[in-house]
Design a protein around this ligand. Structure first.
Ligand code: ADP
Ligand code: AMP
Length: 214
């Protein structure tokens, strides 16, 4: 399995990637998670990414492409991978083609989770993440049993700083301008598939499985 999960912020990429990783044991490559870890540890990369992330803008292509190139060369990617949140620009998509060619790999498909923007703000603003294990919840759509506490590991839940309504609006504008053109890019090379992301998490997952088999 070598796939891209595409879709606007809040579409459910991370949620579905977690299920796919559990089922298929492939590597989960989320550039957003990588940047958040770097910011938390205040590495050089984190210091560069921080400002862009806080403003809802994209981290520069050269930086992002560099970290994905390194990540894809790691051993655990040999069992397959899910790219989540990368590529986000046509330049990143072109760089990915080059990187995969060098590694003698090819994508199986680029799977877009389609959700209208009106629903995305509510999803993002309600998103909560476990500090300890990274599990994702939603105060409305997937509340934890005990408020503020992770069902899986008992860790404390937090809200991402960029999941405010104002920053989310910027992120959606950036998506429309810079990331949406990737739909045409992957349609053109025949890898594009789409699922309706407005359904329940379970229904989206079964449509993804069907799309991957089809
Ligand atoms: P992305 O990785 O695309 O930004 P997430 O997987 O983190 O999105 O999901 C964003 C928020 O929406 C989370 O709080 C998640 O629990 C919730 N969510 C994910 N899929 C669905 C769905 N099908 N219906 C309702 N809420 C969802
Ligand atoms: P995400 O977790 O995918 O919502 O990403 C959070 C933030 O990380 C984005 O708003 C960007 O600032 C940054 N980011 C994540 N992936 C990329 C990427 N492929 N290119 C540029 N910036 C990214």
């Amino acid at each position: 399995m070598h796939i891209l999960l595409m879709g606007p912020p809040g579409a459910g990429k991370g949620t579905q990637a977690a299920k796919l990783v559990e089922e298929f044991g492939v590597a989960h490559i989320s550039t957003g998670d990588m940047f958040r870890a770097a910011v938390k540890n205040q590495t050089e990369l984190g210091k560069r990414a921080q400002e862009c992330m806080a403003a809802g803008k994209l981290v520069p292509d050269d930086v992002t492409i560099g970290i994905v190139k390194e990540r894809l060369a790691q051993d655990d990617c040999k069992k397959g991978f899910i790219l989540d949140g990368f590529p986000r620009t046509v330049e990143q998509a072109e760089a990915l083609e080059k990187i995969l060619k060098e590694l003698d790999l090819a994508l199986d498909c680029a799977l877009n989770i389609d959700v209208p923007s009106a629903e995305l703000v509510e999803r993002a603003v309600g998103r909560r993440i476990c500090k300890k294990c990274g599990a994702t919840y939603n105060i409305k759509f997937k509340p934890p049993v005990k408020e503020g506490i992770c069902d899986a590991c008992g860790g404390e839940l937090y809200q991402r700083a960029d999941d405010s309504e104002a920053t989310m609006k910027n992120r959606l504008a950036v998506y429309d301008e810079q990331t949406k053109p990737l739909i045409a890019f992957y349609k053109q090379n025949g890898l594009y598939k789409e699922v309706d992301g407005r359904q329940s998490m379970e229904a989206v997952y079964s449509d993804i499985i069907a799309a991957l088999r089809g």
